[in-house]
Design a protein around this ligand. Structure first.
Ligand code: ADP
Ligand code: MG
Length: 257
């Protein structure tokens, strides 16, 4: 099957130091693809290259059969790529529903803020966005929380609000950068279940985790980055057994037995 996303030989440096160097990743439709690697490995940079927040300095990125590496972020979003960034926070002083609506505004014609004009077209669009945001909250199991201030929700549910915000634009490809970071065990479990449900619904996902155990449990395939390069790619079982992966995580050579 043709890949939904093909990252091919992509590089990006900061001040002459490569954060991502000739990285290639293939994601098949419907796949949950994990990306792991130690801190500073280039994982978040790779996501920004895919989302368009950073420009690649070499290589190509193809999505649904077309080159996207020159497109600005909002064009990629409209094509169906949604990103939940690492450490993204909710908007304080807004309800859960309003937080999710911001996600839809990001891909509408008029954009966020133009609603204040209150033109008929904008009113219709506003209603449509409210409806879609409600549906997205339902999808993440937060329908009952729509009217609550987002900052009053437990951290696990704030993460779910961010996922709903990304889902509001009905993406085909969802990128999640360390969604489980800082969550307690029960919250991680709930998030894992949500991700399972999204996968069962056919959504293609690329997910960064710092924690090897968490990502290898959920993912169909895993790409391992270290110092900006791909050091391994395969099934979770292959990754766990890979000596280079073990060495990268332990920071030492694996001594052969
Ligand atoms: P990871 O997400 O795997 O922890 P990052 O992609 O955030 O890694 O960072 C990879 C490397 O690139 C790090 O050395 C980081 O300091 C550097 N880096 C990332 N973004 C920038 C930036 N905007 N400016 C300068 N250096 C950056
Ligand atoms: Mg990161």
């Amino acid at each position: 099957m043709a890949a939904l996303l093909s990252v091919t030989g992509v590089s990006r440096s900061f001040g002459g130091v490569f954060a991502v160097r000739e990285v290639s990743v293939e994601v098949a439709p419907g796949e949950l693809h994990g990306v792991i690697g130690p801190n500073g490995a280039g994982k978040s940079t790779l996501f920004k290259l895919i989302g368009g927040q950073l420009r690649a300095q070499g290589g190509t990125i193809t999505y649904a059969g077309r080159r996207i590496d020159r497109l600005p972020p909002h064009r990629r979003a409209r094509l169906g790529i949604a990103v939940v960034f690492q450490g993204a926070s909710i908007f304080r002083g807004m309800t859960a529903l309003e937080n999710v609506m911001v996600g839809a505004h990001a891909i509408t014609r008029s954009g966020f803020g133009s609603g204040v004009l209150r033109l008929p077209r904008h009113r219709r669009e506003e209603r449509d966005i409210r409806h879609r945001a409600g549906k997205a909250l339902e999808r993440v199991g937060l329908a009952d929380w729509a009217g609550r201030p987002a900052e009053a929700l437990p951290l696990g549910q704030q993460r779910a609000v961010q996922v709903a915000r990304a889902l509001c634009g009905e993406p085909r490809l969802l990128l999640l950068d360390e969604p489980a970071a800082g969550l307690r065990a029960a919250e991680r479990e709930a998030l894992a279940q949500l991700i399972e449900e999204l996968r069962a619904g056919g959504l293609t996902m690329l997910k960064i985790e710092h924690d090897v155990a968490f990502v290898t449990r959920l993912a169909d395939r895993v790409t391992v980055l270290d110092l900006g390069r791909v050091i391994a790619e395969g099934t979770p079982a292959e990754i766990r057994a890979d000596p280079e992966v073990i060495a990268a995580y332990l920071g030492q050579e694996v001594v052969p037995r």
